[in-house]
Design a protein around this ligand. Structure first.
Ligand code: CA
Length: 223
């Protein structure tokens, strides 16, 4: 899951990014509205944390631009404490949720989890697909109810595929959503990662659709 954080106060942006990374997300931090506006069109984010008071272009304008052009990723806005006008304007502009500053990091994490879940049609913080279950609160994956030992990258890959249960996800899309930075992004590295995961999961959990991508099969109740 790839998350964009837009916040012009650098220490706050870094704090949020660090907490999100620790929770298993890939994070991009931006500090002004113009850059954010651009990146919202060029990258496919799973969620966005958007401060409203930003240099160059304010957060509300950024959000309106995105929504007008059909960018529909979930957006959590950060507002000044007690400013109900900000909240109302933000929700009207297309925000999915808001958080007033200062906030508890745990609350931000819980809201992001909920936003991503809901945007993909899941109601619960435990998300199941076939024999796999992701505990999004604890950032861990269970196979047949037993927790797996996973690297952060392995967790990100399985988490993404379980959220998209039954859908074939292309390698390009997977790379965009699980890799931090550019260096390690390659089809080759992804295939090695998948092969390693298959050894942990057994052969019949993580499937390849040749020429299209990877998927996890939902449980066939009749079988
Ligand atoms: Ca600000």
């Amino acid at each position: 899951m790839r998350i964009l954080v837009v916040e012009d106060e650098l220490p706050i942006c870094e704090d949020i990014a660090q907490a999100l990374r620790h929770a298993g997300y890939v994070v991009d931090c931006l500090h002004d509205g113009e850059e954010a506006d651009f990146r919202g069109f060029s990258e496919d984010y799973d969620a966005v944390v958007l401060d409203l008071g930003l240099p160059k272009l304010d957060g509300l304008s950024v959000l309106r631009n995105w929504r007008r052009e059909g960018r529909n990723f979930p957006v959590l806005i950060l507002t000044a404490r007690g400013s109900w006008q900000d909240k109302v304007a933000g929700m009207d502009a297309g925000a999915d949720d808001y958080l007033a500053k200062p906030f508890e990091m745990e609350e931000l994490l819980a809201r992001i989890r909920a936003l991503i879940r809901r945007s993909l049609g899941h109601a619960d913080s435990m998300i199941s697909c076939g024999r796999l279950q992701v505990d999004t609160k604890a950032a861990r994956v269970l196979l047949d109810a037993r927790p797996l030992e996973l690297s952060p990258l392995e967790y990100r890959l399985l988490n993404y595929l379980v959220h998209r249960c039954g859908e074939v996800v292309s390698r390009t899309e997977l790379m965009e959503h699980i890799y931090d930075g550019e260096a390690e992004r390659s089809i080759n590295a992804l295939d090695v990662l998948v092969a390693r995961l298959r050894r942990k999961l057994g052969a019949e959990v993580l499937h390849t659709r040749r020429g299209q991508g990877y998927f996890i099969e939902p449980l066939n109740e009749g079988a």
